[in-house]
Design a protein around this ligand. Sequence first.
Ligand SMILES: C[S@@+](CC[C@H](N)C(=O)[O-])C[C@H]1O[C@@H](n2cnc3c(N)ncnc32)[C@H](O)[C@@H]1O
Length: 261
Amino acid sequence: MDNRLAKGMLSYQHAYHAGGPADLHKHIALAELLALLTKKTRPICYMETHAGRGVYNLNAAEALKTGEAAAGIARINLPEGPFSKAVQTIRASHSTMTYPGSPMIAKILLRPTDMMHLMELHPAEHKALKRHVQGQNIAIHHRDGYAGVLAISPPKPRKGLVLIDPSYEVKSEYLAVANFTRKLMAKWPEATVMIWYPILKAARHIDMLNALHLPVLHDEVSFDLKDNKGMTGSGLALVNAPYGAADIFARTRTIGAPVLR
Ligand SMILES: C[S@@+](CC[C@H](N)C(=O)[O-])C[C@H]1O[C@@H](n2cnc3c(N)ncnc32)[C@H](O)[C@@H]1O
């Protein structure tokens, strides 16, 4: 058993937060970014350090307990576009109360010529991810996301995107993200990196952004959650932002209205 599981460090479960306002912010931007990066025929490589289970049931007790999906995906009218395509596809193959996690959004939007590497450390989440997200061009790794992505970087093709989406349950995660990103850029300088972070009263994300020592394009939104445990908003930081990324962030807010401000 992984030491972190034994010590209760892997206690975060995304099922409580799936489809909530923070997911909308991250997932709309991710879908738009994947659509932008796949406009040209050249294949890309997509990686995730913290993949989760890929598919979420919004009728599950976890989702109903927090009400985050009710405050998020249930409140928006989806205009046509890549995020809507991912949501409609998963609803059509499962049920209207199913929500796609980031690996499933990528699976739906990427082409057979693109490559995907997904890291997930929690045994149950990893097992569910393997069940939900399969494909010839998809590699699912049961290992620490930071070590795993570094071990296979730079990949072929070298054009690509890495999503960093940890739970930030421990304070040290903010600096771990910054250190990892700097190491990754040294090994794979062409990569576009998207970091998700929560906005809390303690504002620890500022230390992380400062510790990156890299130019970033960032976008922050705020929202109301009934039981927000101090989270008042969500942030995304893009390293090596492609041309068009600023427009994507502007669109994310419009698509996520009235939830994202
Ligand atoms: C915020 S969730 C990911 C949500 C997913 N990216 C999405 O948007 O659908 C974080 C995930 O990281 C996993 N995790 C925690 N520590 C990890 C580590 N060191 N390496 C890989 N996965 C880890 C957790 O089990 C959890 O499933």
